[in-house]
Write a protein that binds this ligand. Structure first.
Ligand SMILES: Cc1cc2nc3c(=O)[nH]c(=O)nc-3n(C[C@H](O)[C@H](O)[C@H](O)COP(=O)(O)OP(=O)(O)OC[C@H]3O[C@@H](n4cnc5c(N)ncnc54)[C@H](O)[C@@H]3O)c2cc1C
Length: 595
């Protein structure tokens, strides 16, 4: 059995829980069937296992280097990405460019293999796919042909250049300038920061999607535009020409995710002089000042990708610690005769607790992300307009949760995996410490935890008079009703979910009536965690239903994890909700001098 991902769980989630065959019956997916989905999952497992997993540790120990001119990444990364492209995965995700696109939910299941096997190498592919998708949605046909197509072929890679040294969470403050030229192009000047995959020699070209301000643009996010800025300029016939004016001030040395080079690019400083003058040549995407709105389509996709990565790294840590706990002999059951043989770790209830907690976090997180991807599929391809709208509304509400909950509980699972291995877990002889370091990025990038919390409570739950929240609650209610009808055990779990859900709705209403946004948002991260726990409890009860009446260790495991989450984890939201209702403003009144 693989310790990268559980194929059995992915099959369960796609087919027994999400009803993927029903989805495949839609005309949009006419070229796919259960057989093609099974084949593509087999291929993902094979490429991830043979091309991505073997250099995961080597990438960590040999992080990319920068000699002042170019970046060197260990060769296995480029080889793996070539294999990924050759297997068709780069194009399969870009709807509209692939003749037979895969549903996003199936594609996410495939991606989980690559992210679990090697998050650092996978990041280049994810950024490239997200950049190609953005251009496919918002670029001109010529931009699609010139930049998105070579990316889906794996010849060129993509990046997203948003952050600047002084503007991370608050992109409204970016200062990179875009000066228009008479020929319709722009020249870009500025310093970017934290840009993943910002330079390397693994591809013929790198397509940067850059946020910048045009002269006289309004202040704040309303004055930000989006540009395609290739590393090497591209001729009308697609041939590569002059080097663009982009250089690196340096690279960042990170705690984890070390395989992905992280860069500090400088645009327009004259490192190269395309057309005889300094300034990075850029091409506007969409209209001026619409950059943030367009970038959001990439960011939303990337946010779901971050949630998936956090879940996937959590899954592999769980499987590795489970395998270790089954092998390692240590101690005996309480009261056992000391002359009897030692037992495997997994025999100890506390070790089982750590394993079951991990299982409930990571399989809950994985299910949450696949459900979000399915909502995306429904929002694009459901035959009924009303269903499409509902799916889009729910996905909008859930995106901060889908990004953040796995990013909090994936590392929490990796922390438990280290604990299961004891001293061995704290050494570099085992991968669990790397998983923890890799996963620790996920609450930081693509909008920190705190920023997602502000988005959820400050914007999403209150939009349209709480319409999306109402929709979510109705779906939870429907699951609870089915569980009540299924069995007395189901009814007990359903009662827990509905109680927590009512408490969440009442607390949300109370916060909304405070009439004081500052006070309302002071503990927004607590709200995000509570909302995540309630949503994941729902996801678990729904999985419980999909397993109901079925026999065997796999289904028993689903029932045990669902019960664990609803009886051990969900009750933790009670005190958090009480704290939110109190809205005591503890941190608001605090003088920074006392910290
Ligand atoms: C490894 C890595 C890869 C990255 N890749 C990319 C990339 O490819 N492209 C790109 O554009 N960016 C990238 N980023 C940047 C990333 O998105 C930012 O680091 C992130 O948005 C946070 O910005 P910051 O680091 O400037 O932190 P800050 O914005 O300084 O935030 C620091 C802390 O303060 C909190 N905080 C800040 N403002 C508020 C507020 N208003 N209210 C409450 N809390 C607040 C934050 O939540 C955080 O905890 C990457 C970052 C890392 C570390």
């Amino acid at each position: 059995m693989s310790t990268i991902m559980s194929r059995r769980d992915l099959d369960f989630l796609l087919h027994e829980w999400l009803g993927t065959e029903e989805l495949l019956a839609r005309p949009h997916y006419a070229d796919h069937s259960r057989d093609t989905v099974d084949a593509v999952l087999d291929l993902a497992e094979q490429v991830a296992t043979t091309q991505f997993a073997p250099h995961n540790r080597r990438s960590d120990l040999n992080e990319p280097t920068f000699d002042g001119t170019s970046v060197t990444v260990i060769p296995e990364v480029g080889v793996a990405l070539r294999a990924f492209a050759d297997a068709g995965f780069l194009s399969a995700s870009v709807d509209g460019l692939d003749a037979s696109p895969l549903p996003a939910s199936v594609f996410a299941a495939c991606m989980s293999w690559f992210q679990a096997a090697n998050a650092g190498t996978s990041a280049y592919a994810l950024l490239t796919m997200a950049a190609a998708n953005l251009l496919r949605k918002h670029g001109t046909p010529e931009q699609v042909e010139r930049y998105a197509v070579p990316m889906t072929e794996g010849r060129w890679f993509g990046t997203m250049m948003l952050s600047e040294p002084h503007a991370g969470s608050n992109l409204a403050d970016i200062t990179t300038r875009a000066e228009p030229r008479d020929d319709g192009t722009y020249r870009i000047f500025g310093r970017k920061m934290w840009i993943s995959g910002g330079d390397h020699e693994m591809a013929e070209n790198i397509v940067h999607l850059v946020l910048a301000r045009t002269p006289g643009a309004p202040a704040g996010t309303k004055g930000i535009s989006l540009f395609v800025v290739p590393k090497v300029l591209v001729g009308d016939d697609g041939s590569l020409g002059e080097r663009n004016d982009i250089a690196l001030a340096g690279i960042n040395h990170k705690m984890g995710y070390r395989g992905t080079v992280n860069t500090a690019p400088v645009l327009g400083d004259g490192a190269s002089t395309p057309g005889g003058s300094a300034g990075a040549v850029g091409y506007l995407v969409g209209a001026e000042n619409r950059g943030m709105a367009l970038m959001f389509s990439m960011m939303n996709e990337a946010r779901i990708g971050v949630g998936l990565c956090a879940a996937a790294i959590g899954c592999t840590g769980y499987l590795e610690s489970l395998s270790y706990a089954r092998e390692r002999l240590q101690g005996r059951p309480i009261g056992a005769d000391p002359t009897t043989p030692q037992v495997p770790l997994v025999e100890h209830p506390d070790v089982r607790r750590m394993l079951l907690a991990q299982k409930s976090y990571v399989e809950g997180a994985l299910a949450l992300v696949l459900m979000a991807a399915r909502l995306y599929d429904d929002s694009e391809t459901a035959e009924d307009t009303h269903e499409r709208e509902q799916a889009a509304t729910l996905l909008g509400l859930l995106t901060p949760v889908v990004k953040s909950w796995p990013s909090q509980y994936g590392p929490a699972a990796n922390d438990l995996a280290i604990q299961v291995l004891g001293g061995a877990g704290y050494t570099r002889d085992f991968d669990v410490e790397q998983h923890y370091r890799d996963n620790r990025l996920n609450p930081i990038h693509e909008g920190t935890h705190g920023i997602q919390a502000l988005d959820l409570l400050g914007r999403k739950v209150l939009l349209d008079g709480g319409k999306a929240l109402g929709l979510l609650v109705a779906r939870m209610q429907a699951t609870a009703d089915r569980a009540r009808a299924a069995s007395p055990d189901g009814a007990l779990l359903a009662d827990r979910l509905t109680a927590a859900c009512s408490d969440l709705v009442a607390t949300t209403a109370q916060l909304a009536t405070l009439g004081d946004p500052v006070r309302m948002l002071a503990d927004a991260t607590t709200y995000l965690e509570v909302a995540g726990h309630v949503v994941v409890a729902w996801v678990w009860l729904d999985q419980w239903l999909a397993a109901h009446g079925k026999e065997g260790a796999f289904y028993d495991g689903k029932r045990a994890a669902a019960t664990f989450f609803l009886t051990r984890e969900l009750p933790r939201v009670g005190p958090m909700l009480a704290l939110l209702r109190d809205a005591d403003g503890l941190t608001l009144g605090l003088d920074p001098a006392v910290l």
